[in-house]
Structure formats: structure tokens, C-alpha cells
Design a protein around this ligand. Sequence first.
Ligand code: TXA
Ligand code: MG
Length: 336
Amino acid sequence: MQTELLSSEIINIQKAAKLIANGEVIGMPTETVYGLAADALNEGAVKKIFTAKGRPADNPLIVHIAELSSLDFLVHDIPEVALKLAQKFWPGPLTMVLKKNNCIPEITSGGLDTVGIRMPSHPIARELIKASGKVLAAPSANLSGSPSPTTAKHVFDDMCGKIPLIIDGGTCDVGIESTVISFENGNVRLLRPGFISVEDLLTVSEQVYTDSGILGKVDESEKVLSPGMKYKHYSPKAEVIIVNGDFEQFCKFMEIHNSEDVCAMVFDRDRDNYPYSCLTYGDTSIEQAHEIFDKLREIDTLNVKTVYVRAPSSKGVGLAVYNRLLRAAGFEVINL
Ligand code: TXA
Ligand code: MG
């Protein structure tokens, strides 16, 4: 199959919407990361998403909507707190796991009786949903296991020959995937941290339970609340190791560990004082979220065997950055 990479002109969005209405999969920009979008209620179309990604069948997809009224036919028994969160954070990078109605096929929900719903804020994503007249299943548009794509080129690198069309919406603003939450006793449980932080959620929900899978390892055979937690993720080919410590400690550590096969990834502000070659990934958590996946992909162009990453802050949006890095590192952390 030939893969077209087209600008976001209205005529191209209409072409993409038509492909979606005809049961095809297209590459779509969102404010978080690019998605592989198809009609969420069309089993055959959703199957094509799983095939293109090489995704395990038990890992459910998020359904993307453009209007709040779509909730009525997709889900039931919506908790009060979910409606308040929708009011405050939608459209935006928040996914809520709710009880699904029968119209959502099992393949979309990975066999679960719940479904993750998100209303993206990106104008192209919203336009595509409206123009296709569908609600869109859309996982991140990477091959399963690879870093999520934050540019149309990343999508092209992973999906060339597998999907007919990618719409180029530039670099994604946020850079990491949406916050995923479920509900328990009228409160929120965090399943995947994202740009909407625990602190943000606490402005609406009295309590936010955090799951051990966010900063800890989950066994592949374990039953988990969110199937995505158990798979290795975001990994470049090189081994990624997180190093916890201040800049001075990090430099001392690298004095011993630096070699031709090794690269470091430090903060932007460290670069001028770091004595060896390195990548950098921003200073603030928001900058780090924006850059992390692009840098994880860049590692593969360097031909190194090991990358030591200076550990980010795990506060606020930093929790999401740390979570993605931990998965890229297969939970390998050195504490100095
Ligand atoms: O920002 C995002 O959420 C992006 C863009 C494209 O919207 N999408 C995305 O989808 O990251 P995906 O499929 O790569 O990640 C969805 C995550 C997975 O970890 C999955 O296990 C979890 O959400 N998830 C989806 N439905 C769920 C459900 N019903 N219960 C628990 N976890 C669910
Ligand atoms: Mg993903």
C-alpha cells in the first residue's frame, strides 16, 4: 500500500474523513501524540488498526469524540465526578474509562466492559471526527513497543506501506499521551499519568488513587486495571538506564561509564557543562514532555548501545515524563 503524507488543507481532511467513513485507518494529529484513527464502531476497520500497529488484542483502544452528546450512545452510568471533569478538562488530554454500551464492539474495548473516551482539543482531530460523522478509535500511531509519534514524519517512519494516508498537523503541543483515569466510589483512579496532573484532578475529585503500575513493574501475566501497563513501551533499540542524582553526581558517574558505545541524555541547562557528547530533553517538565519521544527516537540514529538518562522530576506533569522513561528503561534505575 502507498502511504500519502498530506498537509492539513481542508480538501485533505475531507479525503481522510472519506477514507475513515469507508473503513480505512489514517494517521491523525492530536494535541498529545499522533493517533491511528478509524471508525470505532466498525469491527473490520478497528482490526486494521491492530494489524498496522502489531498491537496485542487485549489492549483496548480509546474512542475519540467531538461533542459531549456522543457520550449518551457510547456509555452508561456516568459518575457525577466524570461529568465535572469533562466540563473542566474537555476538550483536552484526559481519557475517562466508563461503562460501555453494546454498540462498541469487543475488539475496540479489548474484551472489557468499559471503554476509554477522550475529546481531543486539536482542531484537525475535531474536524476529522465531525467530517467523517464517526467516533474514532485511535491509539498512538507508533508500532507497538516503539516511542509514540509526535510528528507526521515519526508516523511515516512507522506506518509507511501500512496505512493509506497521514495528515500532517506539525509537532504535537503536549508530546505525551493523555491522562487515563477510571472511577471508584465517586473518586478517580489514575491509570496513566499525562498532561492533566494529579494536582489538576484533585481540583475536581476529592481523592485520586494512584496505581502501583505507574512507577512500578507489572508482570505480563498479572491482571491489571489498564492492560497497557504490562507491556514494554517506548523503547529505542539501545538500552535506556535512568540515573537519579544531581548534575555533579551524574558527571562523576559518567567519568566511569562513558565510552564510544554510550550516550547521555541530560537537561538543556546541563549541556554547556557536560564534558562528553549528549542529547538533551528540556528543562521544565512541560518541555520534557514535549521532547521526550522525539529524543527516544533520535537515540536510534546514534548507534550507541546504552543511554544514561538524567532522571526528571516526578512532580506534576513530571510524573508522566518519569512514567514513560521508566517504561523505555524497562524499570532500570540507578540511584547515586
Ligand atoms: O493521547 C492519547 O491518549 C493518544 C491519542 C492518539 O489520543 N492515544 C493513546 O492511545 O495513547 P493508546 O492506545 O496508545 O493508549 C491507550 C491506553 C492504553 O494503555 C490502554 O491500556 C488504556 O489506555 N485503556 C484504554 N481503554 C481502557 C479501558 N477500558 N480500561 C483501562 N485502560 C484502558
Ligand atoms: Mg500507545
